[in-house]
Design a protein around this ligand. Structure first.
Ligand code: 26Y
Length: 822
């Protein structure tokens, strides 16, 4: 085995400057006088990338030698956020880079702003995957993240006349310096066709899949650095390409356009990320995407396994594969196919290996969000896999029947196929049966999983279940997003907290320290000034950093209840108009988030927010006591400006609906106080920071279920509450829709007739709780003390803690330290 380059990088200011000029020349073919800001961004990125790759090469070399168990994280989404700043932070070269670019007449901040983030995810699930890669690297765990290199990620959001408009996300337009393509390491992925059964030369029963078409998957590698360690890991994203750029046979037959057509069809597979909450859009292509990246990833894993081993029974000792929700669950069938059809194993042996390798994380309780596939469609795309799933199901249901004899209801609930209406494959059931561990993402979520959607599986295999409460990386969401706060914390308790978040506890005594509280307040104020400038730039609106910044940023969804927030704003507005509540502090209500393009009510909620903003912001009677802002195009990059500037974090989902939430953690770690329901991880956050430092309101999950059971009638709530009637009347009267009373009718009707998410039931409690928030904000000393205590007690919400628990309880993997010469 050869040793990797022991070449060392000189991180002095002089050397970084020299490298930058060299990269401008070698990678951009420019000299300084003609270079654009983007050329400089790219050149600096290449300077940083060399140093990142250096760590990756040493890590790969070390992992290869040690061959200890490796984590494979399979996720259809990764929301990585901008890379340059994070890599500079993790390399520990911020000061030198800042000075180097300054001496060349540039500002690091401007260069960082150039980067277009890869928006390869919808929201929480994709961002969680990115935080977990950061923590895997930092905890020195050998790991691969595998996913899809979408050419178009989540759409860019613009606001036109108050409505959301979707614009294609062309994130690759100016080049992506962070990835390294490996066309030499591509795999063929087959689709469609039929199967043929027969006996091989040894007389063994074998099935042959005769596919109808195939595409190639090419990997693009992005290294992810650990913090404070030499380790790096790889995010490997697959891009679909045609097998041959020209199908020569078709070409010879004169069918040139068919050949080009096939190429286009193949490349469609990784063309676009699908939004969640999108009814039925592009289902076939989505199934193809899922199988495509799973097939490439498992083939790659086996290739790496066979580099050092020959005995597939040892696969579970060498790899554990975590399924990030059911999107990659077809991996269970693909693993069986690889073992049986391609490697000649018997079923039982293959099943033992398969169920020794996989583990499954569930991220939702909403029954309509559980993935299922029409059996006919599935069979057309993956005929062999459908057969395998039938066989898994047959054997599984026999086992269920041994444990619970004659329980027909249970058999039909646990079957991998639902037979009510059209026959469908249930991916959550497949994931459960194929995995040796199953987890939810917050304590309440895991409890509810066991009681509801996965109840039968829990009764069969209670030992497979555990909770792994989500976490977020303090590197990106504190050190990078909020350097002022991070520096203040480091000055007070030392620097170790960034890798050991329990150290934040050391901040508790400072909550009583007046001088410290003033510094804390000053940092927050600076963050608000910065956000106000961003708001001005993006929307043209002036907001006052001395007002209470009350922020709700997340995907727009009925269960997240942005409309509950709006109802409170309208109520507050009406009171002010009546001369009431005049002692309440002035507030800036900030919203951000994307609605799925086909989710009509969610898009209407955005229109309602912008409609209310239009009226309230321009009402002379209000005189700035309320401002409402919709911050367009919420993404990771914007989020890094937004979380640090919040006084109040809105976490107001209907109890029992938000699996965990992770924005709630990012806010609280930046010193925002939370107004929230007992939902998802809010329950644990409230417990950790203490209920006296948390604004709790609303029905509990049990009460929500009981209220529903008892025949909840939203119109009764409406009839019984004068302020609620007035607020809804202002909406339906057309005040926020330029006099059009019809515009918001669908929203109002859904609240009055069904109110699936109990907005009206929680309205009064929410309004009252918001009054309490207002009163608390008027006592700044106490407010800032609560803010400090929140940060001091939030240590457990580091993704390092989450990953350490996965390592200990599910993956059984150990750290492998990497030594990098430098
Ligand atoms: C298109 C499709 C099948 C699909 C794609 C993405 C379906 C769902 C999703 C994304 C789901 C998601 O983001 N779930 C969130 O996961 C977070 C991380 O665990 C949780 O904190 C959050 O509560 C949950 O809504």
């Amino acid at each position: 085995l050869h040793h990797p380059p022991s070449h060392c990088f000189d991180n002095s200011v002089e050397s970084i400057k020299a490298d930058l000029t060299e990269k401008l020349f070698s990678m951009r073919a420019k000299f300084p006088e003609v270079a654009t800001l983007n050329d400089y961004y790219l050149a600096l990125s290449y300077v940083v990338r060399d140093r990142v790759l250096h760590r990756w090469i040493h890590s790969a070399h070390t992992y290869f030698q040690q061959a200890s168990r490796t984590v494979v994280y399979l996720s259809a989404e990764y929301l990585m956020g901008p890379q340059l700043g994070n890599n500079i932070l993790n390399l520990g070269i911020r000061k030198q880079v800042e000075q180097a670019v300054a001496e060349m007449g540039l500002s690091l901040e401007d260069l960082l702003e150039q980067e277009e983030e890869p928006g390869l995810g919808n929201g929480g699930l994709g961002r969680l995957a990115a935080c977990y890669l950061d923590s895997l690297a930092t905890l020195q765990i050998p790991a691969f993240g595998y996913g899809i290199r979408y050419e178009f990620g989540i759409f860019d959001q613009q606001i036109k006349d108050g409505w959301q408009v979707e614009v294609t996300d062309r994130w690759l337009r100016l080049g992506n310096p962070w990835e390294v393509p490996h066309p030499e390491r591509r795999y063929e992925v087959r689709f469609g066709g039929h199967t043929e059964a027969g006996y091989d030369a040894q007389g063994r029963y074998r099935v042959r899949w005769v596919p109808e078409r195939s595409v190639m998957g090419t990997p693009f590698d992005t290294p992810v650095l650990g913090y404070g360690v030499g380790n790096a890991i790889i995010l490997r994203l697959w891009q679909a390409e045609a097998r041959e750029s020209f199908d020569f046979q078709a070409f010879n037959l004169g069918n040139y356009y068919k050949a080009v057509d096939d190429k286009v069809m193949s490349e469609n597979i990784t063309k676009v990320l699908y939004p969640n909450d999108e009814p039925e859009a592009g289902r076939r292509l989505r199934l193809e995407q899922q199988y495509f990246f799973v097939a490439c990833s498992l083939a790659d894993m086996l290739r790496i396994f066979f580099q050092r081993d020959t005995d597939l029974d040892r696969l579970p000792d060498k790899f554990v594969v975590q399924l990030n929700d059911t999107h990659p669950a077809v991996a269970v069938a693909e693993m069986m196919r690889l073992l049986i059809d391609d490697n000649g194993l018997e079923w039982d042996r293959a099943w033992k290996i398969t169920t020794g390798v996989f583990a499954y994380t569930n991220h939702t309780l909403l029954p309509e969000a559980l993935e299922t596939w029409n059996v006919d469609l599935f069979g057309k795309v993956l005929p062999r896999h459908l057969e395998i799933i039938y066989e898994i199901n047959h054997r599984f249901l026999m086992e269920v029947n041994r444990f619970f004899p004659g329980d027909a209801g249970r058999l039909s609930r646990m079957s991998l196929f639902s037979e009510a209406g059209e026959k469908r494959v249930r991916m959550a059931n497949l994931a459960c049966v194929g995995s040796r561990a199953i987890n939810g993402v917050a304590a309440l979520h895991t409890d509810l999983l066991k009681q509801t959607v996965l109840k039968d599986f829990h009764e069969l295999w209670p030992e497979k279940f555990s909770n792994k409460t989500n976490g977020v990386t303090p590197r990106r969401f504190m050190a990078l997003a909020n350097p002022g706060l991070a520096d203040l914390i480091t000055q007070s308790i030392g620097a170790t907290w960034l890798r050991d978040m329990d150290r934040l506890k050391g901040l508790e005594p400072f909550a009583r320290d007046n001088a410290f509280r003033d510094q804390w307040a000053e940092v927050k104020h600076q963050c608000k000034v910065r956000l106000a400038a961003m708001i001005r730039k993006k929307t043209g609106m002036a907001v006052d950093p001395d007002t209470l910044f009350d922020i709700q940023v997340k995907r727009i969804h009925e269960y997240k209840r942005q409309h509950l927030n709006v109802l409170n704003i309208i109520t507050h507005y009406r009171r002010l108009k009546q001369g009431l509540d005049m002692d309440a502090p002035a507030r800036t209500f900030i919203f951000g988030g994307k609605a799925a393009p086909g989710y009509v009510l969610a898009k209407l909620m955005i229109r309602l927010i912008t409609g209310v903003a239009d009226v309230v912001n321009h009402d002379p009677d209000i005189n700035g006591r309320i401002k409402v802002v919709f911050y367009p195009d919420f993404n990771v990059k914007n989020a890094q400006h937004i979380y640090p500037a919040a006084d109040l974090s809105e976490q107001i989902s209907t109890a029992g609906k938000e699996a965990s939430g992770t924005g709630n953690m990012k806010f609280a770690l930046n010193g925002a106080l939370t107004i929230g329901t007992l939902d998802g991880a809010n329950v644990e956050i409230c417990q950790a920071v203490g209920p006296e430092n948390f604004f709790l309101f609303g029905l509990t999950a049990d009460q929500v279920a009981a209220t529903r059971q008892a025949g909840y009638r939203p119109c009764d709530v409406y009839d019984g509450n004068e302020e609620l009637r007035a607020a809804m009347g202002m909406i339906s009267g057309g005040l926020f829709s330029g006099g059009d009373p019809g515009m918001f009718a669908p929203l109002i009707d859904s609240l009055l007739n069904e109110d699936r998410f109990m907005v009206l039931a929680d309205y009064a409690a929410y309004v009252q709780c918001q009054e309490q928030v207002g009163r608390a904000f008027l006592k700044p000393d106490h407010w800032h003390a609560m803010s400090i205590l929140n940060v001091a007690r939030m240590g457990m919400f580091s993704s390092d803690r989450s990953i350490a628990e996965y390592c200990r309880d599910i993956w059984h993997v150990e750290p492998v330290p990497v030594v990098v010469p430098d």
